[in-house]
Write a protein that binds this ligand. Structure first.
Ligand code: F6P
Length: 324
């Protein structure tokens, strides 16, 4: 028989992402609306191990849907990777009467949720990361805001790059994934996009292309470099040396993680947060919510963590063709 859920907990874990507050708000209000007690766990799994647990009311999440960051705060927690840490976390949840937990975060956070599920706590994961690197879903909370923030920043760099007839290398986040870089590259009309998924790049080909583009009258040359490749400052020095074209590197950095979430991030996060609670009420556990082929869906966490996704080759090809 499915476990009856009376109290749920919610935490955000790993890197923060705009839209996490919309998900927290949805968890709180869906839970309260369905007669559950809702507890907020501050600072991710670290806060759970430190027993930073509070009750949340509907008013506690008022005026939060438009705010960046996470009102519960977040952390990366090494201890939660150990069996001892996982057992301690499960025992604390039981002590506080939390029968169901919503974990908003990325793959690493889902591994923690999976461990807790194995220890008898019903858990549901909600994908939250600006990197879009969770294989079971085409949408992750925060990507849309982050990619728009990066796009606007790159537009600004382009203005000054054109004025000075420079090459600009702009590094975007994404850890080992190139989604932010690919989307910015297409949206900003970059001449080159360097993606970790391509396993290296040919700098001499870039140098030759810059020289060719100058002959064709291009007034700037924009390279979007993914964090997974990195080294933008040194790359700029080498390219300037080889081409004679003034080259500057800009690393956008954590600006991409902040700011008010876009409409898409608010809406998708709200739906996913509410879905997570409904799954818990149905007695489901060890599942992760996703968005695939135009539908909100849920997967077994074990299955989700085993999935692979990459950047479709045709999208990379289109980006190259459009850089003519
Ligand atoms: O996962 C989100 C992300 O911003 C990545 O793009 C980046 O590699 C990482 O987190 C940075 O982590 P931190 O904020 O801990 O430096």
């Amino acid at each position: 028989m499915a476990k009856v859920i009376r109290t749920i907990g919610v935490l955000t874990s790993g890197g923060d992402a705009p839209g996490m507050n919309a998900a927290i708000r949805a968890v709180v209000r869906t839970g309260l609306g369905k007669g559950l007690r809702v507890r907020g766990i501050r600072k991710g799994y670290q806060g759970l191990l430190d027993e930073e647990i509070i009750d949340l009311s509907a008013r506690d999440v008022s005026d939060t849907i438009q705010r960046g960051g996470t009102i519960l705060q977040t952390a990366r927690c090494e201890e939660m990777r150990t069996e001892e840490g996982q057992q301690k976390a499960a025992a604390i949840l039981k002590k506080y009467g939390v029968d169901g937990l919503v974990v908003i975060g990325g793959d690493g956070s889902f591994a923690g949720a999976q461990a807790l599920a194995n220890l008898g706590i019903n858990t549901i994961g909600v994908p939250g990361t600006i990197d879009l690197d969770i294989a079971c879903t085409e949408y992750t909370i925060g990507f849309d805001t982050a990619v728009n923030t990066a796009m606007e920043a790159i537009d600004k760099v382009r203005d000054t790059s054109t004025s000075h007839e420079r090459c600009s290398i702009i590094e975007v986040m994404g850890r080992d994934a190139g989604y932010l870089a690919l989307w910015c590259g297409i949206a900003n009309g970059a001449e080159r996009i360097l993606l970790p998924e391509e396993h290296g790049y040919d700098e001499s080909a870039i140098v030759a292309d810059i020289q060719e583009c100058r002959k064709r009258g291009k007034k700037n040359y924009i390279i979007i470099n993914a964090e997974g490749i990195g080294g933008s400052i040194e790359m700029a020095e080498r390219i300037e040396e080889a081409t004679g074209m003034e080259t500057r590197a800009t690393i956008i950095g954590h600006m991409q993680r902040g700011g008010s979430p876009t409409c898409k991030d608010r809406v998708y996060a709200s739906i996913m947060g509410a879905m997570a609670v409904n799954l818990l009420i149905e007695g489901k556990t060890n599942r992760v919510v996703g968005y695939k082929h135009g539908q909100y869906v849920d997967f077994d966490i074990n299955e989700a963590l085993g999935m692979q996704k990459g950047i479709p080759a045709y999208q990379q090809e289109i980006a190259k063709e459009l850089a003519l």
